[in-house]
Unconditional design. Structure first.
Lengths: 640, 169, 105
């Protein structure tokens, strides 16, 4: 068996880089910190690719399947005979794939940020946090133990919080980071309870044990039921709540659009390519458990995913902030992945959905990172996020234009770009299981093409707007990353993904299903053409449509008032009904009882302080009298 | 010791004790205390603790009283009488004291002390010296050493306390 | 030595002396006279020690030695007390116990 101990270096080097730049960043020139971080992520990336090569091609299949490899497993905290928290590294097809995705996108973002963040006062801090984030994300995907996952899950949340709040002097960024942290933290509560429930009934924290179809965890866990569902189903639904929080599934998606307050490369790394797919990854990680013990939980996953993807796609059509459009697009695409997981079966062709989900995760990471970085390039050039202030930028930014177009085509699912292949697999998987969900996903595919090209045409074509200064193409370091990602987005679809990543490790061959692919591509083209006619040139027809849709448009524009609902629930209901009485109770009962004790003490001591007269003889008199009294008591009362 | 000697010495001691705590001439109080100490010394002689009596005479009557008289001379005007004590203070103190004395004396008188049984150890100088520096049973070398350290500490302490502070001009 | 004078005689004597000392301690105002009262108290204790030695444990010299140690302790106590009194006098120009109340509330 191949020795994979070097994989330990991949996350750990980033941790040391974080500590180094975080503590000493001020001592060096900012560019030096950036270079150190970029160098270490470069090493990580190289090692990840090497690991992938070793895992898939040198190590290869054992009995025709890719096996789980426990590189090492260090027992950290033991609770009882079966439960322990371990620290270790687990390699299997999805974790190796995630390694490659995370490090590659992270490397691109590191390089890109050298140009994008140039001159930012928090440059070293930014790079330190990027390293921390990448470290925790890698720790998350490599973890052997669900508790270790949880730890890194929280670390990822913290670093996301720190990076969203990078511009901490901007109130909107501060509140966005708080919102992201609180919403995900709230969801993580579900995750934690889910873990505890799961461990109580499945009897293990260990992924090896939990995901082994013949393991005791799966076989023994279905006994206890609660409200018609087994306890493990509840646990898995709770874990899905945690995943929904991280992956911005409805109704916990509200933090993601606001998280766009962070620097754009951060949005590309965290809020498009890596962290938000952690939920998908975790469900994929626990997939055997889901499929064998609670298909109901998977159904929940599928329906929530489908609803979210439709919901977010509709909102994305109306938004005018370039990054928010991309954010809702991300939510929608993650919804796709969830649906694919939700309808998937286990093993071989049955597991098409699983494989398609992972495939889409992979390709989506590439083209969504590219979209965000392209958007960052545009924002870098004209210093605004509003697409109304953009137009005809293709003249000024040819490279950005071409790469952005490639990404748009990829996400719209136009062959032969990567998005087409992964989306096609998903739709095939869905149509086999559930026709209703297929219709939803089919509509979403059309909407995706429409809103992406709406964005594209408004930004790069349309009428030229007045710019404060002539827009310029971004520095070459940024363009290199754009081109690299564009190439990845273009060709990633040709990877025979089902050879590598499948639900049970056994490879199978996928085909393009014409009966699904043709209508989907047709719909995408229709979406693109609609966008072309509406937004290619400045016209009044979009406004007319807007007005004719009226209420629907407005509510979609206001994101279906979900934020308002949250505000209503928290401010009006929770604050007024619960917090205010509790605060009143705290202030008037608890505080005043404490104050009363203090006041009484004060009062009494004020009264009795004169006993401390400083008169020696008074003290002596009291002492003598007391002595005589005690003497009397002991000698005459007690002994008698 | 005959009863007569006891009563003479006891009344001598008590009278001068009372005078010590009531006299309004401060130097006289010191002298009355000296008499009390001398009376106590007489008891020690009568009980044949000659060495202890000598110590009482030299250290107490000789040393301590002389220090006290010196300090009186340093701090008080010998012509002045001490101010009279408030009646209230005397009254309450007397009640406490008389009551305490009554309680103690009744307790003492109601208690049967066991009769002496064992042989009497002579209190010659030789025995005292051996016992005081002995480290076997009934030896007192440890308290002896502790007391010597205490004396040293007290000496240094009183010098430090009583010497003029450097800031004072 | 006749047996008519028993230990109780000495104990009553020392009790009276003790309480006379306490009375002095409670009523006197001058710090030096208070110190004298303390000496009375210590002396009464000494008498007790010696009497116990004489009448109850004549085979040892424990009470005797304790009386000696008490005398030594009294000497040190007087030395330190006089030092304190003198430094107080230097500061306040008088040694009335009622005015030495800087440690009050």
């Amino acid at each position: 068996m191949e020795n994979f101990y070097y994989t330990l270096i991949i996350p750990v080097i980033l941790f040391f880089t974080f500590v180094f730049t975080g503590l000493l960043g001020r001592k060096f020139k900012p560019l030096f910190s950036g270079m150190v971080c970029t160098a270490s992520i470069f090493i990580s990336t190289a090692l990840s690719w090497y690991t992938a090569y070793q895992y898939f091609f040198v190590q290869g299949k054992v009995d025709g399947a890719y096996k789980l490899i426990n590189v090492f497993n260090l027992e950290w905290l033991r609770f009882n005979e079966t439960l322990s928290i371990d620290i270790g590294i687990l390699l299997d097809p999805i974790s190796v794939m995630m390694l490659v995705v995370i490090t590659t996108v992270s490397l691109m973002v590191h390089l890109y940020s050298l140009g994008y963040m140039k001159g930012d006062p928090g440059f070293s801090r930014y790079y330190a946090f990027l390293s921390l984030f990448t470290f925790s994300m890698l720790g998350l995907v490599l973890s052997v133990n669900i508790f270790m996952t949880y730890m890194f899950w929280e670390l990822v949340g913290v670093s996301s919080y720190l990076l969203i709040g990078h511009y901490y002097d901007k109130p909107s960024a501060v509140s966005a980071s708080k919102k992201a942290f609180i919403v995900t933290r709230f969801a993580d509560l579900g995750f934690l309870i889910g873990i505890l429930l799961l461990s109580a009934y499945a009897g293990s924290f260990d992924f090896n044990e939990l995901t082994n179809p013949q393991g005791s965890a799966i076989l023994q866990s279905a006994s206890v039921t609660f409200m018609g569902l087994s306890a493990v189903t509840w646990a898995l639904i709770l874990i899905f709540i945690g995943c929904a929080g991280k992956s911005a599934m409805f109704p916990l998606h509200i933090w993601l659009p606001d998280a766009m307050e962070g620097p754009t490369p951060v949005s590309a790394l965290i809020h498009a390519a890596t962290m938000v797919v952690a939920g998908v990854y975790l469900i994929a990680r626990l997939f055997p458990l889901y499929i064998f013990t609670s298909p109901q939980a998977l159904e929940v996953v599928a329906y929530v995913g489908a609803f979210t993807s439709l919901f977010a796609a509709v909102i994305a059509c109306t938004q005018t902030d370039i990054k928010r459009v991309l954010a809702f697009s991300t939510i929608s695409q993650i919804g796709y992945m969830m649906v694919a997981l939700g309808v998937s079966g286990y093993g071989g062709e049955e597991g098409l959905g699983y494989m398609a989900s992972m495939f889409h995760l992979f390709t989506h990471a590439m083209f969504k990172a590219l979209l965000f970085l392209g958007a960052g390039s545009i924002i870098h050039a004209i210093h605004t996020n509003e697409i109304c202030d953009m137009g005809n930028l293709r003249k000024y930014m040819p490279v950005t234009h071409i790469t952005f177009l490639i990404a748009c085509l990829a996400i719209a699912g136009i062959p032969p770009l990567s998005g087409f292949f992964s989306k096609d697999e998903i739709l095939v998987a869905v149509i086999e299981k559930n026709f209703f969900l297929f219709i939803v996903q089919y509509i979403v595919a059309g909407l995706t093409a429409f809103y992406m090209f709406r964005l594209y045409f408004i930004v790069f074509w349309n009428k030229e707007k007045k710019y404060e200064h002539e827009p310029h193409e971004s520095p070459s370091i940024m363009l290199i990353t754009l081109v690299f990602l564009a190439v990845c987005s273009a060709v990633a679809g040709f990877i025979p993904f089902s050879e590598f990543v499948t639900s049970d490790g056994l490879p199978f061959v996928t085909h393009i299903h014409m009966k699904v692919a043709v209508p989907t591509v047709t719909l995408a083209v229709i979406g693109i053409l609609t966008a072309f006619f509406l937004y290619k040139k400045e016209s009044t027809s979009p406004d007319k449509i807007k007005n004719s849709l009226g209420l629907i448009y407005r509510s979609a524009y206001r994101k279906f008032y979900i934020d308002e609902v949250y505000m209503f629930v928290t401010k009006k209901i929770i604050f007024n009904m619960i917090s205010v009485p509790i605060a009143w109770f705290d202030r008037n009962v608890i505080d005043s009882s404490m104050n009363g004790i203090a006041a009484a003490t004060n009062f009494i001591s004020e009264k009795i302080k004169y006993l401390q007269s400083g008169q020696l003889q008074q003290y002596a008199f009291v002492m003598v009298a007391g002595m005589i009294l005690i003497f009397l008591l002991t000698v005459y009362l007690i002994t008698l | 010791m005959s009863e007569t000697v006891f009563y003479i010495l006891a009344s001598f001691i008590l009278i001068f004790s009372v005078l010590t705590v009531t006299s309004r001439k401060i130097l006289r109080t010191a002298v009355y205390l000296l008499f009390v100490l001398l009376g106590t010394c007489g008891f020690y002689f009568a009980m044949e603790f000659n060495f202890l009596a000598a110590v009482q005479l030299t250290v107490y009557a000789g040393g301590i009283v002389v220090i006290i008289i010196f300090s009186i001379m340093l701090t008080s005007d010998l012509q002045d009488k001490l101010p009279a004590v408030k009646f209230k203070k005397i009254f309450f103190s007397l009640i406490a004291v008389l009551f305490g004395a009554a309680v103690c004396i009744t307790t003492i008188l109601s208690y049967e002390f066991p009769a002496m049984t064992t042989k009497v150890l002579d209190s010659s100088m030789r025995t005292i010296g051996l016992r005081l520096l002995g480290y076997q049973e009934n030896g007192f070398v440890l308290p002896f050493e502790v007391i010597s350290i205490l004396l040293l500490a007290a000496m240094i302490g009183s010098i430090i306390i009583a010497k003029k502070a450097d800031t004072e001009n | 030595m006749t047996e008519v004078v028993g230990i109780q005689h000495f104990m009553v004597l020392s009790t009276l002396m003790f309480f006379i000392g306490v009375y002095g301690f409670l009523t006197r105002k001058n710090l030096i006279t208070i110190l004298l009262s303390i000496e009375l108290i210590l002396n009464s204790v000494n008498i007790n020690f010696v009497a116990f030695n004489k009448y109850l444990y004549p085979e040892n010299l424990g009470g005797h030695f304790f009386a000696m140690f008490v005398i030594a302790v009294a000497a040190t106590e007087v030395a330190v007390a006089i030092a304190i009194i003198i430094s107080l006098y230097r500061k306040l120009k008088m040694i009335d116990v009622e005015n030495v109340n800087e440690m009050k509330y």
